[in-house]
Design a protein around this ligand. Structure first.
Ligand SMILES: *Cc1c(COP(=O)(O)O)cnc(C)c1O
Length: 371
């Protein structure tokens, strides 16, 4: 735990981002992805606000454990929770947890589909099926549609409540990338296979942030944004300028300057005795890899300076040519609400906004405000 260092989450910006998103996606319902602690921002506070103040009614998580935590922390609120990857479906105790906590499994293979259909506890649960259209991670295979349809018919189900797939390369161009083109073709084929099967499909979704930012998948009933609602673009630099998204980061990562001192050119600083590139000033900040301030940020620009030498467990050094604008005890912002402050650190350090956010751990307190 730290005192002055904090990730300050401004939930009113989440509301603004949602409004901006609704302008691009006027007709779509939203499943807001809040897995991995709401992308590092704090699962409970983020979801509570998104539901109560923004009106989002469906949330997506990766694991049953996250889902139970969310449901039991906000027992009075009414929203859907879907679990996408770690289902634990072969375990009868876990299946009972889905039922008692009203958590919806997203079924990604025929083994789990059979279990779901046989278990009478899921009789009144919506059936959400995830197909592999070419990402080759989870998902029922394209050549298993008939088998899935047969299983449904045998168990007396005539509808799939939600049919979905997930793109492997949505951060790349949805128009020219060959993987994306093939996945879209397979998706269209999948829908037409279902159309001819006698099983009706009520809802569909294919798009995460990268696809939504390119206006793809908006003819489906739902979209599944994660990253963009937290602010950044998911698209990669050469084509990022084609993104429709101009969100604001909902968080500011603040830390404290512990010390400022003058250095001469070549003077060594910190672990590994990294020589200073020029004469100037160095600020020592109270963030290190023990907080999730990654070692790969070495040499990246932060708060008008550059990370000099090795990132330590508890501290890092920021070099300023000439004089440093901060003094001991001052607040220094690693990133702020300006979208570019996260994107540039992520680009420069060879990361993604996803990894920047998710690397922050419990040692950094999350604080929340909503105006
Ligand atoms: C995480 C996830 C999303 C959201 O992805 P973003 O790139 O953060 O928008 C959507 N769908 C599925 C299946 C996911 O796992």
């Amino acid at each position: 735990m730290r005192f002055k260092t904090e990730l300050n989450v401004d939930l009113s910006i989440l509301a603004n981002n949602f409004k901006k998103l609704s302008e691009i996606t006027k007709k779509n319902e939203i499943i807001f992805m809040v897995k991995a602690n709401a992308y590092g921002h704090g699962l409970i506070s983020t979801t509570r606000f998104a539901n109560e103040e923004v009106g989002i009614k469906e949330f997506g998580l990766a694991s049953l454990g996250e889902a139970i935590k969310l449901r039991s922390s906000l027992p009075k609120l009414k929203f859907d929770i879907s679990v996408f990857s770690e289902l634990q479906f072969d375990n009868v105790n876990c299946r009972e947890l889905y039922q008692s906590h009203r958590i919806i499994p997203v079924i990604s293979d025929l083994i789990d589909l059979e279990i779901f259909l046989k278990d009478s506890g899921f009789k009144n649960f919506p059936l959400r099926l995830h197909f592999n259209t070419g990402m080759n991670r989870l998902g029922i295979e394209m050549n298993q549609v008939q088998e899935a349809v047969d299983l449904l018919k045998r168990s007396g189900r005539s509808t799939v409540d939600h049919l979905m797939t997930h793109f492997a390369c949505a951060s790349n161009s949805m128009k020219t990338n060959s993987h994306n083109k093939r996945q879209i073709q397979n998706w269209e084929r999948l829908k037409s296979d279902f159309k001819g099967s006698g099983i009706s499909v009520l809802q569909t979704s294919i798009s995460n942030s990268g696809a939504i930012e390119q206006g793809v998948g908006l003819e489906e009933t739902h979209i599944r944004p994660g990253l963009m609602l937290y602010g950044p673009s998911s698209m990669i630099p050469p084509i990022r300028n084609q993104s429709l998204w101009d969100g604001q980061n909902i968080s500011t990562l603040k830390t404290e300057v512990l010390k400022v001192f003058k250095v001469d050119k070549g003077q060594s600083v910190g672990y590994g005795a990294t020589p200073s590139p020029e004469s100037g000033e160095v600020a020592i900040i109270a963030l290190g890899y023990g907080d999730g301030f990654q070692t790969s940020y070495q040499s990246s620009h932060i708060a008008g300076g550059r990370v000099l030498g090795r990132v330590n467990m508890d501290m890092a050094q920021i070099f300023y040519k000439g004089s440093c604008p901060f003094r001991k005890g001052d607040e220094l912002q690693v990133w702020n609400n300006n979208q570019d402050s996260v994107m540039s650190l992520s680009d420069e350090s060879g990361n993604t906004p996803y990894t920047l956010f998710c690397s922050l751990n419990d040692r950094v307190p999350r604080t929340f405000k909503n105006s």
